[in-house]
Design a protein around this ligand. Sequence first.
Ligand SMILES: Nc1ncnc2c1ncn2[C@@H]1O[C@H](COP(=O)(O)OP(=O)(O)O)[C@@H](O)[C@H]1O
Ligand SMILES: [Mg+2]
Length: 240
Amino acid sequence: MAELSTRNLTKRFGGLVAVSNVSFSIHSGEILGIIGPNGAGKTTFINLISGIFLPSEGQILFDGRDITNLPPHERARLGIARTYQLIHPMEDLNLIENIMVGFIFAGGHSLREARRKAEALCAEMGLRDLERPVSRLTMLEVKKMEIAKAIAVEPKVLFLDEIMAGLNSDETKEMIAIVKQLAREQNLAVGVVEHVMGVIRELTDRVIVLESGAIIAEGPYAEVSKNRRVIEAYLGGAAV
Ligand SMILES: Nc1ncnc2c1ncn2[C@@H]1O[C@H](COP(=O)(O)OP(=O)(O)O)[C@@H](O)[C@H]1O
Ligand SMILES: [Mg+2]
């Protein structure tokens, strides 16, 4: 059972407070939604957890250990993985090689074992023609590959930053099913940033709502979506 938590996490960029005093926790087997308007600090929060930025104040704990100042690769080795809102596949590698990299460099698997594991993961995710260059993949396939790359580092905690953006509703449904299945199978803690509220409703057990970097509400989606402050801040008064 893994648990990741933050205590009073704050990140300032000059005068701007991008993440403000955020305390939260997530544990194995749980899918947590992280929602909030553009600029609310969602990506910055993930960047703090993965070690891209160091916080201005506060702490990050993983399984009771203070990881606040660890470099990104050490956090990855402990089992913290994420996808990027702006994706950057390795264009010189084909589809399966992109996924094998994680199994080899993070998992320490042999080339042959990495290929076997990557093939099994691709089969599970419905990815075919695995020797194709990345430039020949559809948007849906690229998104699946990004998730597969993150899964290949064999994480305990996985953050997905707007992974559904640009997909149609059938593709989104397929991705929801894939994320749920992977999370269940591998007993992952998953943090999901998404703008489409239907995705959050279908996918998450619990939600935190950020506004101007601070948590303004927390709870199951059904509750949070009725919270007046959330409706005003985020949903612009629209029905959910
Ligand atoms: N590297 C950075 N330097 C300066 N400001 C940043 C940086 N990254 C994010 N910000 C600012 O922090 C705020 C939160 O951004 P972000 O975390 O990307 O929000 P979200 O992902 O919720 O849309 C925004 O005002 C953004 O402009
Ligand atoms: Mg973002």
